[in-house]
Design a binder for this molecule. Structure first.
Ligand code: SAM
Length: 310
């Protein structure tokens, strides 16, 4: 596995970010990300006018970077010529290392109790389970989601409360948006959900999630894929989304549209200071804000879509 990458980052006006990202995706073949420079200074009024973005692309350390940079610089010069006055920065190159997540998780990842009944056990360990425990065996690999992180715990606790508090029949359908290791989707399966759809934009995460689902005998129970939210057919009785606040707000209309009448939306991955930002980002949706749960510096927010009056 390639554990050293070269990151090429370029700052430019947000309206040009997609053009550069598309170009770099073609050149790099190894992945591109677009970061909002205002991400840490968000206020609801700033998000729509975020003036600058950083587009980052990743190249193998074996790549001929001098040639790549010359190509990228020529593309940026053309972009600048076509957009006079646009503040397009020079590309910056840094070396980044893939962290060996599997090793670091394995050191710190121990059997973990979450909520009332969930017991998350590393796939390489044995744990003594009580008769009512719902055991999930997990190897997070490079994907996020051992249950140890506050954002995951918040989701698992809320999911348990919501699913155990609903009538068992008909079994509720669940969407796990940003499944990572697959932990939330698998917990949903064990907590009695019906149709379960687990998706992630990261194909590596999808692979890890599928392996975990197989280890837990749940491969047939969960539809796991990299299908983007806009291509997913709903509605779902429960939607879990443990992704960042900015992405949640961006996806608010699509999440709301896919929530069934009487359904519950569990939003996580939100720093406490961004709760108001998410509240205002969801204010236009036909949803009812229910509550916010806190853990450390993180919060999870619950919304419901009230069933239409009979
Ligand atoms: C914080 S991890 C959550 C993992 C797991 N669900 C948990 O709760 O521990 C967020 C995951 O969401 C994925 N993600 C981010 N934005 C997404 C989007 N728009 N659609 C689908 N997946 C997304 C990331 O690739 C990442 O695997």
């Amino acid at each position: 596995m390639n554990d050293t990458w070269l990151e090429v980052a370029c700052e430019l006006p947000s309206e040009l970010a997609d053009i550069l990202a598309e170009y770099l995706a073609g050149v790099s073949g190894a992945g591109v990300c677009v970061e909002n420079l205002n991400v840490d200074a968000f206020s609801p009024s700033e998000i729509a006018h975020s003036p600058l973005m950083t587009v980052k692309a990743y190249f193998s350390s074996a790549d001929d970077m001098a040639a790549r940079l010359a190509e990228i610089s020529a593309f940026l010069d053309d972009l600048a010529a076509a957009n006079p006055g646009a503040a397009i920065g020079k590309p910056a190159v840094t070396t980044v290392k893939s962290e060996d997540w599997s090793t670091s998780w394995k050191v710190n990842f121990k059997p973990l109790r979450v909520g009332r009944r969930l017991l998350i056990v590393p796939s390489w360990e044995e744990a003594e389970a009580g008769p009512d425990d719902i055991v999930l065996s997990l190897d997070p690999g490079m994907a996020f989601g051992t249950g140890g992180h506050e954002t995951t715990r918040l989701c698992l606790e809320q999911l348990e409360t919501v699913l155990l508090g609903r009538p068992a029949a008909p079994p509720p359908s669940v969407l796990d948006l940003g499944t990572g290791s697959g932990i939330l989707a698998m917990a949903a399966a064990r907590l009695g959900a019906g149709r379960i759809c687990a998706v992630d934009i990261d194909p590596d995460a999808v692979e890890v999630a599928r392996e975990n689902m197989a280890i837990n005998g749940l491969a047939e129970r969960i539809e796991c894929s990299a299908t983007p939210l806009e291509s997913l057919a709903g509605p779902f009785d429960v939607i879990l989304a443990n992704i960042l606040a900015e992405e949640l707000v961006r996806l608010a209309p699509q999440l709301s549209e896919r929530l069934a009448q009487g359904g519950v939306l569990i939003l996580s991955g939100i720093l406490a200071e961004k709760e108001a930002f998410v509240r205002s980002g969801f204010a236009a949706q036909p949803l009812v804000y229910r509550e916010t749960a806190h853990q450390g510096e993180w919060v999870a927010m619950l919304y419901s879509k009230d069933a239409a009056p009979a």
